[in-house]
Design a protein around this ligand. Sequence first.
Ligand code: FAD
Length: 397
Amino acid sequence: MKIAVVGSGISGLGASYYLGKRHHVDLYESDTRIGGHTHTHKIQLEEEINVDSGFIVFNDLNYPNLIQFFNELGVDTADTDMSFSVSSKNNSWSSNEFKKLSTFLKPAKLIFLKNIIKFNHAAKQNIAGISFREWLENKNLKKEFVNDYVLPMAAAIWSTPMDKIGEYPVESMLAFLKNHGLLKLIKRPQWHFVKNGSASYIDAIIETSNINNVFTGESPIINKSNQQWRLKTSNHELDYDQVVIATHINDVPKLLANYKDFSFMSDFSYNTNKTILHTDESFMPVRKKLWSSWNSFKYDDYEYVTYWMNNLQNIKSKTNLFVTIGNFPQIQTQKIIKVMQYEHPLFDFTSQEVKDKVSELQGLDNLYFTGAYQGYGFHEDGLTSALNVVRMIDHAI
Ligand SMILES: Cc1cc2nc3c(=O)[nH]c(=O)nc-3n(C[C@H](O)[C@H](O)[C@H](O)COP(=O)(O)OP(=O)(O)OC[C@H]3O[C@@H](n4cnc5c(N)ncnc54)[C@H](O)[C@@H]3O)c2cc1C
């Protein structure tokens, strides 16, 4: 079969790689760079290093398809540290503090820990039909604890503002926290990163796969003519038996406007996040002993997360590298390395309805949809949704 895959994030790359084992596959990407949210930058410090600003980490519990994929590709990975800190107007803490016995002698820290245990216990219940915010209100948890622990943690995981994270359906939020070991104090899964930057798995895909053509820098115009799909760019016009759309779901109505009205897909909202790779240490906790891999900040009108890339990617350099994402004050220009913008899916009740409708459309007219948005928005979700589509197209893969 001749198959066109549109969009080259993990979902499009995964679909192309596996379908390419038995079929002719062409991959279309509107950007000049392939990889979507897998984004690695080469920068010169004492030596040249690769630093990530998109996908960084995965774990050994929740990413079975990704781990198998990386093994097949021969991708080199290593353990990372997932410490987390919060700095707000009234409080600051780091998960690192709880690795020290002396912390347990401080009454305020013990109360904090007691609240974590109370939350973890409450969150193990089965409940559905209300928002996470409504559930938190019903649970009678201390407001300061919710603001300094629960909301920053959830907001940092999804790179979503705290007021919007409250609108997530409670059942999917609690299931995610439970599945990822976040309701346990110990025996949490080990997290890993890709050595030499996440994009090294893309290099491995391009080297080892049978993808026939990768067309970048232009969005194709898609038309259906009789039994075939026709994809047109400024350089060519090609016919395909099957089309796999691997863009964000709210990009689809425009992409397929010549075929059908898919405007309901625009109801799936995305949050646009300014993201900066930089070296400005003032975007880390004031007390250096609180510095963690993930650092959440909320003060005045600002709300952002800074990833400490040296800690996450084991980068040995005198220069500290950070990725800050969200709504944050001006970073000194001379400390900025790269400015990006990413769209993060928002998983509220409306998005869930759109997801359900999209799953009913799979395969009609040999048209398929894949993307991390079909799960919780993470790399494993993107690859799993790609594998689902691959098996719908060809059971033998
Ligand atoms: C800053 C950041 C950090 C993250 N960290 C992690 C992490 O550590 N671990 C984790 O598991 N997940 C992480 N994620 C989540 C990540 O988004 C998902 O894991 C996943 O990469 C999304 O993959 P995707 O294929 O669905 O979409 P994308 O990667 O966004 O790919 C969609 C592609 O479609 C292309 N496209 C759009 N329109 C068109 C068009 N008209 N024609 C052709 N191409 C088009 C886009 O340019 C893009 O390349 C992170 C995300 C971000 C933004």
